[in-house]
Design a protein around this ligand. Structure first.
Ligand code: ADP
Ligand code: MG
Length: 729
């Protein structure tokens, strides 16, 4: 009897790469061809309508109904010319993925005929029957009224034969039910706060946008292997499996040659991304076998977030065409490196300046220092909120393990900038003498660009690192929607810049010169932020001890980390900056806790099933073979000789029996624990119980199963092994 594993292996070995040929010769022939971008808009819209859309994008100006009708007509004309038959409001519910509800452009009329219909009403607002999306109790499900509303700042695009219109998703009473709404509010807040501060340096600045360049890691597994692993199919990660004899210790996969099947997949992925205007550019292998990475050129944050969500959909769709499945889980394989999604973040003005990039003059460097130090201070004040922003069941496997940034939030800036801050922290308070100021400008601030040019510090163990002209938030999970960390980061920075502005203005009002005031405030910030700055090895045990001394939190599990989200301080912050109301924050908290325990619940059920239905029967079958063999030996061998020869086999039989009975009894107890915990009314208590009481059963069961994998005849083992999923190509 051949196992499903052998069928899968056979299939994989007989695979041919799926050819992909880009039908165009130049990328300009297809780049952004599926996007209703400014160029297309100008072509299809009346000049008035075009102006209205641009104003909506740039200043958030509202679009009236008549204009909306005209814009919808242009959009439809363009889409129809591309063979599009359906449209959908595309949004990002709190489940983490994307949602769409397709409607045809055609609407039947009373007399049984069909007319083509897509007007401003359909473009601007929709009421999807979306009662089953999580809403944390805000929306009464029987009322089922959530609205999607057009977000003109992210361009509409075509997927297949559908026109997708990026939208926000809000409840009947106006509360955010999605990831995009709070993000847009946070981007508005950072724009206002940063613009105000920029005006200390340059009065021409009217707008500041937050920029995001994400780096997406993922694993690829052959479809046949994937389908033969119920744990991958149902929970997105392997719940059992021995680490392969060869792992990543040779570092031979990183930047190694990309297998042809994967290459072909990547080419198609890049092609499809480019058609959608997603500016992906790099591709290479990651540290783990079977792991890859993709990164675009950075964009304005809202568009970058949408593009990342779209890309995650594309990854899934295109991988399937190449007989592979993509794993976006943060830790699909134990003892193999997990996947993250670095969020590179900066701020850019409408005058074309990157505020985290030092300039050539002391003046622009004071501006750089202002934003640089304020970022550090923002992280210092709200480190816990950043920790909450990246909390998920999957990411728990990375944070705190020796491979990803730790669960302790700290900031890395490199030794040279550390010296600059040291220098500034020693300034005397009050007005600066002219000599001191000249010295500062020439010898400290003035030298920064030179410093950064040869600043090769690359600390990969820091969760939040300055990398020359941007900060890189590295602790974000690979499956996360970037909206959550970006909402938090921009919110805390907006708050910080508001405080900074108020303090500097006060000093100026008290008679201090502007530059002196800025230096004085920055100096206090540097001194207040020392505890969050860390240049050493974030993976080390020493850091855990040191961080505790500094009073930094080290929260390793999601339910506890999420508490920071609803702390009085956090709720007050969200309310003050009008990012979320208390109701919205608490609803989100509830949804995240629910998502957490449901994930563990599913994993626990799946592991129970696999252990009980696949592993135990296989172990017993093999044990019977051993027993039979021992019995036969007994028939043919003398007592003395038999005792000597059969000892090892008898030990194996005992070992298998012991492991099998442990699995069975742990599994029973795990089911009892779930039954008990499922009765809890309080979601937080339930999540904590799943974390503290159910997960340990899973670890113990897995331990036994993995030991059995080493004992049992390879031919009998039912599930594809790690070495097969990771190395067979
Ligand atoms: P590494 O792997 O060394 O971290 P990559 O080159 O893979 O570096 O990624 C760098 C990322 O930083 C890219 O996604 C890039 O677009 C992004 N990036 C560069 N400049 C900025 C910026 N000013 N704002 C936001 N992201 C940026
Ligand atoms: Mg990176």
């Amino acid at each position: 009897m051949a196992t499903i594993r052998f069928h899968a292996l056979k299939e994989v070995l007989s695979r041919k790469p799926v050819e992909f040929k880009n039908p165009y010769s130049k990328s300009s022939d297809y780049y952004s061809s599926n996007v209703f971008n400014l160029k297309i808009m100008r072509e299809y819209m009346t000049p008035d309508a075009y102006k209205v859309v641009v104003a909506a994008i740039e200043t958030g100006k509202k679009i009236d109904r008549n204009m909306a009708d005209s814009i919808a007509a242009s959009m439809k004309a363009w889409a129809s010319s591309r063979g599009v038959t359906h449209y959908t409001h595309w949004f990002q519910p709190l489940t983490g993925s994307t949602a769409e509800k397709h409607d045809a452009f055609f609407e039947p009329t009373m007399d049984g005929q069909a007319i083509e219909r897509f007007d401003g009403g359909q473009l601007v607002q929709q009421e999807p029957d979306a009662s089953s999306f999580p809403n944390g109790g805000i929306r009464n499900t029987f009322e089922a009224r959530g609205y999607t509303a057009w977000d003109p700042t992210s361009p509409a695009f075509i997927m297949g034969s559908t026109l997708c219109i990026p939208t926000v998703f809000v409840s009947y009473t106006g509360e955010a039910l999605d990831n995009k709404t709070p993000l847009l509010r946070a981007l508005q807040a950072i724009d206002e706060a940063a613009t105000e501060v920029c005006r200390y340096f340059d009065k021409r600045v009217n707008k500041v946008v937050a920029t995001l360049g994400w780096e997406q890691e993922y694993f690829l597994v052959d479809t046949a292997m994937y389908n033969a692993r119920p744990d991958l199919v149902l929970s997105g990660r392997t719940l059992l499996g021995q680490a392969p004899a060869k792992g990543q210790q040779l570092d031979d996969h990183y930047f190694g040659s990309i297998p042809e099947r994967v290459m072909s997949f990547m080419r198609e992925l890049e092609f499809e991304s480019h058609k959608l205007g997603i500016p992906v550019k790099t591709r290479h292998n990651e540290v783990a076998p079977g792991q890859f990475e993709l990164a675009p050129i950075f964009e304005e944050t809202n568009v970058a977030v949408d593009h990342n969500s779209l890309l995650m959909d594309l990854l899934e769709k295109i991988a399937r065409r190449h007989n592979m499945r993509v794993l976006l889980h943060e830790k699909p394989f134990a003892n193999v490196n997990g996947s993250g999604k670095h969020n590179n973040w900066s701020l850019a003005t409408d005058t074309g300046v990157n505020l985290l990039s030092p300039g050539k003059t002391p003046k622009s460097n004071l501006q750089f220092l202002t934003f640089f130090v304020n970022t550090i201070k923002a992280v210092k004040e709200h480190d816990n909120l950043l920790r909450a922003a990246i909390a998920s069941a999957g990411n728990d496997h990375r944070l705190g393990a020796n491979e990803a940034p730790p669960a302790i939030i700290s900031v890395f800036i490199g030794s040279q900038l550390t010296e600059v801050l040291e220098e500034l922290s020693k300034l005397e308070s009050g007005k600066l003498s002219p000599e001191k100021k000249t010295d500062l400008k020439l010898n400290v601030v003035g030298k920064i660009p030179e410093i950064l040019l040869d600043n090769t510090d690359r600390n990969r163990t820091s969760p939040f690192a300055f990398t020359g002209n941007k900060f890189e938030f590295r602790a974000v999970g690979s499956s996360a929607n970037c909206a959550s960390p970006m909402t938090i980061l921009n919110t805390i920075m907006a708050k910080q810049l508001r405080l900074f502005k108020a303090e500097v203005d006060q000093l100026i009002a008290d008679g201090m010169k502007k530059d002196d005031a800025i230096f004085n405030v920055l100096k206090t910030y540097i001194n207040d932020s020392k505890a969050i700055l860390f240049e050493g090895d974030g993976y080390s045990e020493d850091w855990v001890v040191e961080a505790a001394k500094r009073g930094l939190e080290n929260v390793k599990t999601t339910p506890q980390a999420l508490d920071f989200y609803v702390s009085d301080k956090a709720v007050a912050l969200f309310q003050e900056l009008e990012i979320m109301s208390s109701v919205e924050v608490h609803a989100r908290h509830e949804i995240m806790l629910e998502e957490y325990f449901k994930k563990i619940q599913i994993e626990s059920r799946v592991l129970g099933d696999i252990a009980g239905n696949h592993i135990v029967p296989t172990a017993i079958r093999y044990q019977n073979l051993l027993i039979e063999n021992v019995q036969r030996l007994k028939d043919i061998l003398e007592g003395e000789v038999f005792n000597k020869v059969a000892k090892e086999q008898l030990d194996m039989i005992t070992e298998i029996s012991e492991r099998v009975s442990t699995i069975i009894s742990e599994k029973e107890s795990m089911i009892d624990a779930r039954r008990r915990i499922n009765k809890y009314e309080d979601t937080r208590e339930k999540a904590i119980a799943y974390c503290d009481e159910v997960r340990p059963y899973m670890d113990r069961i897995r331990y036994q199963v993995d030991k059995l994998e080493l004992l049992i005849d390879d031919e009998l083992w039912p599930l594809p092994k790690y070495r097969e999923m990771l190395f067979v190509k």
